[in-house]
Design a protein around this ligand. Structure first.
Ligand SMILES: [Zn+2]
Ligand SMILES: [Zn+2]
Ligand SMILES: [Zn+2]
Length: 90
């Protein structure tokens, strides 16, 4: 794993969680759409990215205190920590 910047939260992720369903449940409930999906590495929920109209992944991070997400997009292998604004590939 390579990382720029120091982030203990990302270092704690040893087994990267992948999405159970390729969807944002909050957007589905609202009848909304998303651009990309991110999976919370603390509880495993999948939410929409900051380019999506509802930004549910960052809202989840703020409300739950779960700082680290992984890209849920096929072929993308990276983690991001909202608290430290740290990025790491795996
Ligand atoms: Zn961090
Ligand atoms: Zn969403
Ligand atoms: Zn979470």
């Amino acid at each position: 794993m390579t990382s720029n910047g120091r982030c203990s939260h990302i270092e704690e992720v040893t087994d990267v969680k992948r999405p159970k369903e390729p969807q944002c449940d909050e957007c589905v409930k609202m009848g909304s759409t998303w651009v990309h999906l991110r999976t919370c590495q603390t509880c495993g929920v999948t939410r929409c990215c900051d380019s999506s109209p509802n930004r549910h992944a960052s809202r989840h991070a703020r409300q739950s205190g779960h700082p680290v997400i992984a890209s849920a997009e096929a072929g993308e292998r990276w983690l991001y920590c909202y608290l430290d604004e740290a990025f790491a590939e795996y």
